[in-house]
Design a protein around this ligand. Structure first.
Ligand SMILES: [Zn+2]
Ligand SMILES: [Zn+2]
Length: 206
């Protein structure tokens, strides 16, 4: 009987180690610095993004890892304005597992608002596994990690905040990002995230 208890206890401990908190899924994120984005800069961002997810949604275990610096192919550059096409970058990033977030100091663009070469802070697939962010247009570099968190939340399946809450991390920047105002994930958005990754269902739309 004593052995049965020990076996049962071992099974419980093993199963707990695979379920971070109450059965929520673990999400693995890989940061991919490009060109002159140094490992040192990326490791600061890694700590900031990790800390942000730990604080915002402690129920979901988000693990942020760092990849070695890679080079962006020149063919991704839009020669007219010397910007990298964000859509080309995210289309060609393939994480072995989990999610990948490209990091660059260069200006990036995509087709948006009726403009072919529209400069952006970041772009992601939603839901999906690939995103890229640039700090080129971010005046307060210490808040750049918030752009990464925003794009990763899109990858995790969240559309822009339905409450249009300016304090919510996933609120639509609407051409004027106000990073200093983004301080939480509002309850509506958080509940969606917990629903997606609580083992109940995986986002299929958006
Ligand atoms: Zn929200
Ligand atoms: Zn967005």
């Amino acid at each position: 009987m004593k052995w049965l208890y020990i076996i049962l206890l071992t099974l419980i401990l093993v199963s707990c180690s695979h379920n971070p908190v109450n059965g929520f899924k673990e999400l693995t994120v890989y940061l991919q610095p490009y060109n002159n984005f140094t490992t040192q800069e990326a490791s600061i961002l890694q700590a900031d993004i990790q800390n942000c997810f730990d604080t915002l949604v402690p129920e979901i275990s988000v693990k942020v890892h760092l990849l070695e610096v890679d080079t962006l192919p020149k063919k991704y550059i839009n020669t007219a304005r010397h910007r990298y096409r964000a859509d080309s970058i995210i289309r060609n990033q393939h994480p072995q597992s989990g999610y990948i977030l490209g990091l660059t100091h260069s200006d990036i663009s995509t087709t948006a608002h009726g403009i072919n070469d529209y400069g952006v802070l970041g772009l992601s697939t939603c839901p999906g596994h690939s995103a890229v962010v640039s700090d080129y247009r971010v005046s307060n570099k210490s808040l750049f990690y918030k752009v990464g968190v925003h794009e990763l939340l899109h990858c995790f399946g969240l559309k822009h905040c339905p409450n249009n809450d300016r304090n919510c991390y996933i609120c639509d920047a609407n051409k004027k990002p106000q990073l200093e105002k983004q301080i939480y994930i509002c309850n509506t958005c958080k509940q969606k995230l917990l629903h997606y990754y609580g083992g109940l269902s995986i986002p299929k739309v958006y």
